[in-house]
Design a protein around this ligand. Structure first.
Ligand code: NGO
Length: 555
């Protein structure tokens, strides 16, 4: 058996949560919400945005303040109106303004905010232009995702108090000028391992909110592993009724019903995030073998597994029944998944070697293609034959990987997730209370200072589909744990996926990232106060304990 190295030195609990306000802060916030204490804030600078926009043209003569009677007007299109309603829902709690949403054939800001769908705007599938002028704000895009990303930028340019779940007296000032923006890579993702520990739907929705803030557009869910099977499959019900009842360290586990999964998918879709479901094969399958011993090579049910070793389990590649199982499972998951991708794992199947492994992968790849989906798999898939569109997710720690480079030459595209830069389950420092260190420690600079476009030798930037930050959860047991490891590193990976390489600059990023801290604090989000980031020390306003789990109640 291979083992993930132990987490290292004794864990020391550190005061890492910024999301829990103390009594003084709560008292102060009560005063602030009553309308006292607040001096008019200077507007943020137009450059204070994470991820860094492509082009920024400040116009200090055009600063603008949101008036109480502002209207949000959008193009008469359901998707544009949905973004307009999301914007209004973001702004209503803290401002207390009604912010009605209306539509118009040619939306004009007219002292408020206009979201304009314009096919002729040369902004690409996800780009937007944000104009802040003396007559109001206009976001222009060719698509609803573009409008949505423009709204995320607009949100960050308002004072941090906009994150307050209750009304604040504030001058809602915005810096004048124009931002023109579009992503560097089409795939910008994060992964949540819900198999090692199970997380409730509400927790996953909150992770979706974090992705949306930083313009990530894919949520990869690692749905199955040795320790638990987390998605209902009607044709193989014991996968969840038996295989879903375990998790690392003996907790109760759990699983998503079809309705749960659909709720996650549609909540993500409303935020222009595509869910990428992973069924890990042929290894990492102990929970399936416990439920259905006929899939095991010796046809004997193994004991349930709640440890953290890897590489010991596998479904029998020599039995036709295994392929019936895979076709059923992938068929049901594909039917519930509107996005184009099916992730088939493929990592650490140490006991399925050579041609047996590649033969297995080639059959599974064909099953995926027959379902009309595109194969994604960990880069161990590389030696198997190429199939149109195939995507490998590279998770190595050394950018020299001739086998993966060869698969790319045969046509594969790459999602880059280097274990020693993008794995958010790695500790920040030796005293981080949770996490791994097998790929090294990853402080914020390590998460930021690399280039997905050139990271793997022999893989040209054009073959890089994008970047993804995986969060494995062997030691992660709560939403607060998730947030502690995600923030502030997720915005670093998001910037690598979105921003032009020419804007890469650690000093500038560090300062912009620091500005996110008060926003998280105000919204009640836990984060790691990384010592290399100059977090503002000024009091932040207000935080409440009874926060909604997610940004909005929709859909
Ligand atoms: C590896 C392994 C996972 C572990 C993870 C922990 C991949 C692709 N397979 O990454 O099973 O959970 O490391 O960091």
């Amino acid at each position: 058996m291979s083992t993930i190295p132990s987490p290292g030195p004794t864990a020391v609990p550190a005061p890492l949560s910024a999301g829990e306000p103390d009594a003084a802060t709560l008292a102060r916030s009560a005063e602030q919400t009553a309308g006292r204490l607040l001096a008019p804030a200077a507007p943020h600078r137009l450059t204070d945005v994470v991820p860094a926009p492509q082009q920024v043209h400040p116009d200090p003569t055009a600063d603008w303040t949101l008036p109480a009677e502002a209207v949000v007007v959008a193009s008469a299109d359901p998707a544009a109106l949905a973004v307009a309603e999301q914007l209004a829902q973001l702004l209503r709690p803290a401002t207390g303004y009604p912010l009605p949403v209306t539509d118009a054939t040619t939306p004009e800001p007219a002292g408020g905010i206009a979201l304009v769908l314009d096919d002729s705007a040369d902004l690409g599938a996800e780009g937007y232009r944000l104009d802040i002028a003396t007559d109001g704000v206009r976001v222009t895009a060719a698509t609803a995702p573009g409008l949505f990303y423009g709204v995320q930028t607009l949100r960050q340019l308002l004072p941090a108090t906009i994150e307050s779940p209750s009304q604040v007296t504030e001058r809602w000032a915005l810096p004048g000028g124009t931002i023109t923006d579009a992503p560097r890579f089409p795939y910008r993702g994060a992964m949540l391992d819900v198999a090692r520990h199970f997380f409730a739907v509400e927790d996953v929705l909150r992770v979706v909110d974090h992705l949306a803030r930083y313009k990530l557009n894919h949520l990869h869910l690692h749905l199955t592993d040795d320790q638990g099977w987390r998605i209902t499959v009607d044709s193989w019900p014991k996968l969840t009724t038996v295989g879903g009842t375990t998790e690392v360290d003996g907790g109760p586990g759990g699983h998503y019903t079809t309705a749960d999964y659909q709720r996650i998918v549609s909540y993500a879709a409303a935020r222009h995030i595509t869910v990428v479901p992973e069924i890990d094969l042929p290894g990492h399958t102990n929970s399936a073998l416990v439920a259905y011993p006929e899939l095991a090579p010796d046809k004997i049910a193994p004991p349930p597994y709640t440890g953290t070793e890897v590489g010991f389990s596998y479904v029998d590649p020599a039995d036709e029944r295994t392929y019936d199982f895979i076709a059923d499972v992938l068929g049901e998951v594909a039917a519930l998944t509107p996005g184009p991708w099916l992730h088939i794992g493929g990592d650490e199947a140490f006991k399925v070697k050579g041609e047996v492994y590649t033969g297995f992968v080639e059959r599974v790849q064909r099953i995926v293609a027959d379902l009309g989906k595109t194969v994604v798999g960990w880069h161990q898939l590389a030696p198997a034959a190429h199939l149109d569109g195939r995507v490998l997710q590279w998770w190595g720690t050394n950018g020299e990987d001739p086998t993966t480079a060869d698969a790319v030459r045969r046509g594969a595209r790459l999602i880059v997730s280097p274990g020693n830069h993008a794995y958010l389950d790695m500790k920040y420092a030796p005293d981080t209370p949770i996490g791994h260190d097998w790929a090294g420690l990853i402080d914020v600079r390590k998460a930021y200072d690399w280039d997905p476009g050139t990271h793997v030798a022999g893989v040209p930037t054009e073959a890089v589909l994008g970047v993804e930050a995986p969060l494995w959860t062997e030691s992660v047991t709560s939403l607060a744990d998730i947030e502690l490891l995600l923030l502030p590193r997720l915005p670093a990976i998001a910037e690598l996926g979105w921003s032009p390489r020419a804007s890469h600059d650690w000093a500038g990023f560090r300062d912009r990232l620091a500005g996110q801290g008060p926003r998280w604090t105000t919204a009640g989000i836990t984060f790691h106060r990384a010592p290399e980031i100059p977090w503002p020390t000024a009091p932040t306003i207000p935080a409440q304990r009874n926060l909604p789990q997610t940004d909005t109640a929709t859909p």
